[in-house]
Design a protein around this ligand. Sequence first.
Ligand code: SAM
Length: 198
Amino acid sequence: MAHRLFEGKEHASSYRKYRIAPSDHLIEHVIDFAGKQKGGPLELAVDVGCGSGQGTVQLAKHFASVVGTDISPAQIQEALEHAKEPNITYRQCVAEELPFADGSVDLITAMSAFHWFDRPRFLQEAHRVLKPHGCLALLNYTVEMDLSYPGCCLQSLNQVCKEFYAALHPYRSPHLGASSIELYREAYTSIPYANKEW
Ligand SMILES: C[S@@+](CC[C@H](N)C(=O)[O-])C[C@H]1O[C@@H](n2cnc3c(N)ncnc32)[C@H](O)[C@@H]1O
């Protein structure tokens, strides 16, 4: 069963407005890893569960072409309305059935999205479409982090966030289990690729 929690125009435009994009540092790290695996030019990246495209655009300068995919038509529409990079296209499709030929993709990213997928089916599908030396990057943040904001008391900020996450925890989707970091650790352990990095 798909988890469709990111639907509708209003949700998608709020999502785009407030969503924090992954850091350049993290993206550079992924590109560096993918480049070393491939040992040649990076042609095609697919950002699965791309939402409104904040992370997708960060891939554009590293690849000949980038495709963002998402189950939500509203998120895809939002991404398209702000699309500027000529080498990015967007497709509406599920993560578990990607519209790409076997062995055709250099990099697959899922940025804060993998946890929502049917994870075993997605991992199989990613394996099918990746080139032999392709790279799969599952990015996410966890709540075990320290936040900072200019002019803000860090202790209070972090305390407020801790309380906020604790208050929300009882409403967490059962699909995610109790802890995101454990979910990702389990996936990382289960992935049989020889070269992998946490
Ligand atoms: C938390 S958002 C992340 C969006 C974007 N990657 C980002 O970092 O801002 C998760 C996205 O995954 C999409 N999604 C959830 N389940 C999906 C599935 N089975 N197939 C494709 N997309 C899915 C949602 O529609 C949503 O846009």
